[in-house]
Design a protein around this ligand. Sequence first.
Ligand SMILES: Nc1ncnc2c1ncn2[C@@H]1O[C@H](COP(=O)(O)OP(=O)(O)O)[C@@H](O)[C@H]1O
Ligand SMILES: [Mg+2]
Length: 246
Amino acid sequence: MNLSKNKWLKYKYLEHSSSLTPYLPSTKQFSHHNFLRMMDKYGQVIVKPIGGSRGRGVYQVRNLGEDLYEIHIENRQHQFMGLDAVYSYLQERTKHHSYMVQRLITRATVQGRPFDMRIIVQRRRYHSTWKVTGKVAKVVGPGYIVSNIERSNGKLMRVSSALSESSLSDMSKTMLKHKIKHVSIRSVKRLDRLFPGHRIYGLDIGLDQDGHVWIIEANLFPSRSHFRKLKDKSMYRRISSYIRGY
Ligand SMILES: Nc1ncnc2c1ncn2[C@@H]1O[C@H](COP(=O)(O)OP(=O)(O)O)[C@@H](O)[C@H]1O
Ligand SMILES: [Mg+2]
């Protein structure tokens, strides 16, 4: 698998930077041992393909108590008695590809639905300064867990509006936005060493219910389509001009 699409290797590279570890949800390669360990530690995890994209094959697993577990994939939920049954179900469906198991971030919500954000970070050709050139909030579609807009029929919102209307509306928006920007730029500066010459990143950033920032994943080939869809085209134009190089 191409390194630029390998979520596991990108995660491991980011994790080596101690300034980023507080923002990285604990992640292991999917195996029986690691799955049990992570379920024991966090009670809820995400199992997703290392080479995945667009929210395909993303499983959410939750311990509901009294040995009852729930798997949520797409807009479907399945319940199981005992972790062995959960593991067998996942193993059967994940055996043809490599998967990883990640701590589930209990994301902040807008109108009861979790959201995360797509942050675009770029630099111009021959320049070394990284800039946040676009940001948008993605609210998961009804019944889904992934915020990928096409897959879950989710909703795009301006980050400011999402924060104001969210479960974090009591927190300072300026402070949250500052943290998001700080973590995004830091992540990109780290990845820049792994992908020298690359000039654009699209980060999936989540906020938990305490307003803590989490890096969900880093994309090297982010689509501009979200920004094209917004009524205000200024971010779209800025991203496009950075892509052209100036
Ligand atoms: N650890 C996690 N906690 C909460 N939500 C997650 C987690 N991992 C993924 N998701 C949700 O699933 C979506 C898809 O996962 P992601 O890692 O971005 O893969 P891809 O977009 O390449 O399929 C994310 O944008 C987010 O909405
Ligand atoms: Mg993603």
